[in-house]
Design a protein around this ligand. Structure first.
Ligand code: 4AD
Ligand code: MG
Length: 432
């Protein structure tokens, strides 16, 4: 019995007979020698068969095989220094599982709209494969970081009754007789409850924004990892964020060299991502942007172009700290000396990528939080439980949220966020 093996493990079978189960990636022939490129999800390997060395039946199977046909192949593993993975398979047998119809994604180049419409198939190509393998390690590294630092995973609900960030980007649905439910924009409010129970916690899941903006940075459904820590002030919060970002980058550099090289990523840029990161004040950011010819006015949030300018000025991610109160969500703690500011920071990734983390110290004072909820015209009763946290042992606390897709887009240096998630949801995209 020849046992099934995955291409990534093929080196352990050198000289032995193995069985691969996969799909035909590509094929070529020199007449008396046929070459099949077979992929199985873990890698691609070149399989070779020569006329006379296999049965005529097997040899002629070559002509029937189309791109992405599913097949099983048997053969002997041999070393080949020139082959991509360092190994080749000397074919002895082929079993066709299915002959694929004309595969729409051919080696010639296709437009983005076409590829996005075929996202369910596009995932099979080398570049998309590399990106999503990096995503896999990125998510693992995030969870590993929190585990090592003794954070407890406390996941937040996706259907919520209170607005988490801003009323302008809500997906809503009728929830039985209970009124409106919103898809979570953030898990933060629930995180605040959880950190009062467990100290240091995080949640990790999809979050939703009905963004009307069609930019290279916006999805309507994206994955966010959000941490919340009791007895953490702004400085503690920033220090934790630096450590997290340093950790995930070093992990990906260790685990995904092959994939990053396939994407032609300049590794030296990522190797520089070591804490501490530079910090600038929002006030100064506005001055810098004005000097650069930007049209930002003090008081408004930074736009995508503003972030691009700032993030191009540093080799490391940069924190922009203490934004105007009126540009930020209701839950942030007022600056102790400047009542027009809040204690918060955005972390902007370098190379023009812009914000990957948004975080803040939270308003832990009952009265001023009630006032902010009223100012924002939010329904007080929906926040009763949130306000309870300020009644029963309120303490200084802080937290942040990191967007997985924005971070991955930066790590892989993708021109657009849409390639950073298996099935992107955007203003004009719900298919496939
Ligand atoms: O800055 P945001 O809106 O912060 C929050 O939601 C806080 N409640 C987080 C917290 O403190 N617990 O979003 C956090 C991050 C952003 O920095 C960005 O990386 C990502 O989420 N993000 C998006 N990613 C893709 N598409 C969108 N439309 C995004 N909106 C935010
Ligand atoms: Mg933000």
């Amino acid at each position: 019995m020849i046992s099934h093996c995955y291409i990534e493990d093929i080196g352990t079978h050198l000289g032995g007979e193995i069985l691969l189960k996969g799909w035909l990636y590509n094929k070529r022939s020199k007449g008396k020698i046929h070459f099949l490129l077979v992929r199985d999800g873990t890698g691609i390997i070149q399989c070779v068969m020569s006329e006379g060395e296999v049965s005529e039946d097997v040899f002629n199977t070559y002509d029937k095989l189309t791109q992405e046909s599913s097949l099983e192949v048997k053969g002997k593993v041999r070393e080949d220094k020139r082959a991509p993975g360092g190994y080749e398979l000397e074919l002895s047998d082929i079993k066709i599982i299915q002959i694929a119809e004309d595969y729409p994604i051919t080696p010639k180049s296709h437009g983005t709209a076409f590829l996005m419409d075929h996202r369910h198939l596009w995932l099979r190509s080398k570049r998309q494969h590399a990106i999503l393998k990096i995503r896999n390690e990125l998510v693992f590294a995030i969870r590993d970081f929190f585990y090592r630092n003794k954070f407890i995973l406390v996941d937040a609900p996706i259907l919520t009754g209170a607005i988490g960030e801003t009323a302008s980007t809500l997906f809503e649905t009728q929830y039985y007789d209970e009124g409106k439910a919103y898809l979570a924009q953030t898990g933060q409010l629930y995180n605040e409850a959880a950190c009062m129970a467990f100290g240091k916690i995080y949640c990790f899941g999809p979050t939703f924004r009905a963004e009307k903006s069609k930019t290279r940075r916006h999805l309507t459904e994206f994955w966010q990892v959000e941490a919340e820590m009791a007895y953490y002030e702004q400085e503690d919060n920033l220090e934790l964020q630096e450590k997290l970002v340093e950790y995930i980058i070093s992990w990906v550099l260790k685990k995904n060299k092959k994939e990053l090289e396939l994407l032609e990523r300049d590794l030296s840029k990522l190797e520089k991502i070591i804490a501490p990161f530079p910090k600038i004040l929002y006030d100064d950011a506005v001055k810098i942007l004005k000097k650069e010819g930007g049209d930002i006015e003090w008081g408004s949030d930074l736009g995508g172009d503003d972030e691009t300018i700032l993030s191009n000025m540093y080799e490391k991610p940069v924190f922009v700290c203490n934004y105007p109160k009126k540009a930020r969500a209701f839950y942030m703690k007022p600056h102790p000396e400047r009542e027009d500011l809040v204690l918060c920071a955005d972390l902007l990734a370098p190379e023009g990528y812009g914000e990957i983390i948004g975080g803040s110290q939270r308003n832990d004072d009952y009265d001023s939080l009630v006032q902010r909820i009223k100012e924002e015209n939010l329904p007080l009763d929906a926040y009763e439980w949130f306000l309870d946290l300020r009644k029963y042992g309120s303490v200084p606390h802080s937290g942040f949220g990191l967007g997985v897709e924005r971070t991955l887009a930066w790590i892989c240096k993708l021109p657009h966020i849409r390639e950073s998630i298996p099935f992107p949801r955007m203003l004009y995209r719900l298919y496939p």
